[in-house]
Design a protein around this ligand. Structure first.
Ligand SMILES: [Zn+2]
Ligand SMILES: [Zn+2]
Ligand SMILES: [Zn+2]
Length: 264
């Protein structure tokens, strides 16, 4: 396998409600710091030729316009909660431009949820291009995404098993509250890690900052960023308190990773 460089663009770092939270006047929601504005969590991987989206949530239209995502080769889904899939209808814009169905990878359970939620996309009532054309591809093990070797990672979101993904020297895990030993093993040695950290107070289905920090220390990546953040956390204050090499991510964060290209 040969290696290749991709750019990661963090499209959103917010928890399900986003930040600011509708109806909230707290200091973070009313802050002037742009790093306290968090669209729903999602990342993009891109190089000159290929563009891979991980999760397509409620803010995808804004994200696509803000980061000029003019082409999309595929979507990988971590799970089918609304904040990760409710932008899927926007994919029809790529169907029109690229003239093919968009491959959507996820666990069989996630894809079954997508099929239920977007029932109209699979039973079009008329021709006319009004619905997204999706090619649902179940993830059962390591796979190639646009030629990039991807290792799926199991994370538990409360009792729900969901997927994270490792791409070369980078791993992305959102919405976890427990990582099984096999997943910790599979991400050991990454240079860059994005992991979810909701807030300081415990939550049944999301890591706290303290829990995520313990995992980040154990993995020891050169840089770990936290995502899926609620309005409890002020960006600058929290980052001052976090250990070296661990920070809250912010919308628009970009860095380069090395991935393995599958042969052929
Ligand atoms: Zn979420
Ligand atoms: Zn608030
Ligand atoms: Zn979730």
């Amino acid at each position: 396998m040969s290696s290749s460089q991709f750019q990661v663009v963090v499209l959103g770092t917010g928890t399900s409600a986003g930040v600011p939270v509708i109806t909230c006047d707290c200091p973070v929601c009313t802050s002037d710091d742009p790093n306290n504005s968090r669209l729903r969590s999602s990342i993009l991987l891109r190089n000159e030729e290929k563009t891979i989206l991980v999760d397509c949530g409620s803010d995808y239209r804004q994200q696509a316009l803000r980061y000029r995502i003019n082409r999309l080769d595929m979507v990988l889904l971590t799970h089918a909660h609304s904040d990760h899939v409710s932008g899927i209808d926007e994919l029809r814009l790529y169907n029109w431009k690229q003239r093919h169905a968009i491959p959507v990878y996820g666990s069989p359970h996630t894809l079954a949820d997508v099929r239920r939620r977007y029932d109209y996309a699979f039973h079009p009532m008329q021709n006319g291009g009004g619905v997204p054309q999706l090619d649902l591809i179940p993830v059962e093990g390591p796979f190639d995404a646009a030629g990039v070797a991807v290792t799926p990672l199991v994370a538990y979101h409360g009792a729900l098993p969901i997927l994270g993904f490792r791409f070369g020297n980078f791993a992305y895990i959102t919405d976890g509250s427990f990582l099984p030993p096999a997943t910790l093993e599979a991400i050991r040695g990454v240079r860059f890690l994005i992991l979810n950290a909701l807030r300081h107070r415990p939550h049944p289905t999301h890591f706290t900052v303290e829990q995520a920090t313990a995992i980040a220390r154990e993995i020891g990546a050169e840089h770990t960023w936290f995502t899926h953040i609620t309005h409890d956390l002020d960006h600058a204050t929290t980052n001052r308190e976090l250990p070296e090499g661990i920070d809250l991510a912010h919308d628009g964060l970009q860095f380069d990773i090395d991935v393995e290209m599958a042969p052929g």
